[in-house]
Design a binder for this molecule. Structure first.
Ligand code: PMP
Length: 333
């Protein structure tokens, strides 16, 4: 044990934990990499640190600089935390559908939050893309990370997440499963694992039904947050995934609630989605006891207490079956 000099030193080196109860008879070992152990609470701490390091090195971020990014979620928290440690200011532009709790988290880290209307076209001057572009152009010393195209996102996973998994499994990993949002996690981690294993590790993407990655011909809305897209971001390397498993909102939410109730893992909906994809893939391909599947769980369930873990919200949004199959009769009746 030691006294650490800063919180940034604690980013990464998250644990791998074997799943014991939600694997439904799958013979392969399924282990999860729990990214809520990062100091900002998600895998996005990794990209925030590397994006800021690179911007400093390249002279894009100087003392007194300001980080401007359109984000409401984990990337904002990661950037705000690292920026605060290094003395930078942060401005996040969020659509008004983002709830007050999420805005409050960003403000708590010292960020300023600019709220923009959700129901406008992306090229409308009021849209959150355009407002963040304008702020990045007009604020002196502003730097816009742009997580969808910044190569340091995937690189952070190539340099940290991939090697951590390879070492923790002593090279025994046979499959890696991760959800795809910007694509940084699967692209960087997947590339490392393929190189380290001479192509022996199979990379499986997990994607919400309605997103472009699993079916470009049927892109529509879905409920799971943080994953799926309606375009191909530059951070996503389309050559890495060997297979993409499509998961419905209901399947993802069922597994998210089972992970909390049966494994003691309070994680977010994209984590439930990734585990559901891993179990489905292992069954479909009849993986045996010699195989080791590693699944990345991006964040904590704390951010979803008002949605996935709220029975009323679940029932109102069409997930009554999920509530019924994850509820137990009260011991008090
Ligand atoms: N899950 C959550 C909750 C996220 O915030 C993100 C990032 N958008 C992802 C999964 C996907 O990670 P990536 O952007 O690296 O594909």
């Amino acid at each position: 044990m030691a006294i650490h000099n800063s919180l940034s030193e604690l980013i990464g080196n998250t644990p791998l934990i074997k799943l014991n109860h939600v694997t439904d008879g799958v013979k392969a070992t399924i282990a999860v990499k729990v990214e809520y152990f990062n100091p900002g609470g998600s895998s996005k701490d990794r990209i925030a640190a590397r994006i800021i390091d690179a911007a400093e090195r390249e002279g894009k971020l100087k003392p007194g600089g300001v980080i401007v990014e359109p984000t409401s979620g984990n990337t904002g928290v990661g950037l705000a935390m690292v920026a605060q440690q290094r003395g930078y200011r942060t401005v996040f532009v969020v659509p008004d559908k983002v709830n007050e709790t999420k805005r409050a988290v960003l403000r708590a880290y010292g960020a300023e939050v600019v709220v923009t209307p959700t129901d406008v076209e992306p090229d409308d001057p009021r849209s959150y893309y355009r407002v963040s572009d304008r702020l990045a152009e007009t604020i002196p010393g502003a730097f816009k990370p742009n997580q969808y195209s910044n190569p340091n996102g995937p690189l952070s996973h190539y340099e940290t997440t991939g090697p951590e998994i390879w070492e923790a499994t002593a090279g025994q990993i046979t499959h890696f499963v991760a959800g795809i949002g910007t694509g940084g996690t699967i692209s960087g981690t997947g590339r490392y694992l393929k190189e380290a294993s001479n192509g022996a590790v199979t990379i499986v993407g997990a994607d919400p039904e309605g997103s472009i990655y699993s079916d470009p011909t049927n892109v529509h809305g879905y409920s799971i947050e943080g994953v799926g897209e309606d375009f191909y971001p530059a951070a996503y390397d389309q050559t890495i995934a060997d297979a993409i498993e499509q998961v419905t909102d209901a399947e993802a939410y069922l597994m998210t609630r089972r992970l909390a109730g049966e494994e003691g893992l309070l994680v977010g909906g994209s984590s439930g989605m990734a585990v559901a994809a891993a179990v489905a893939y292992a069954k479909k391909h009849d993986l045996d006891a010699s195989q080791t599947v590693v699944v990345l769980l991006p964040d904590s369930g704390r951010s979803y207490l008002e949605k996935i873990f709220n029975d009323d919200w679940m029932i109102d949004n069409g997930f009554a079956d999920v509530v019924a199959s994850t509820s137990r009769p009260s011991i008090l009746d």
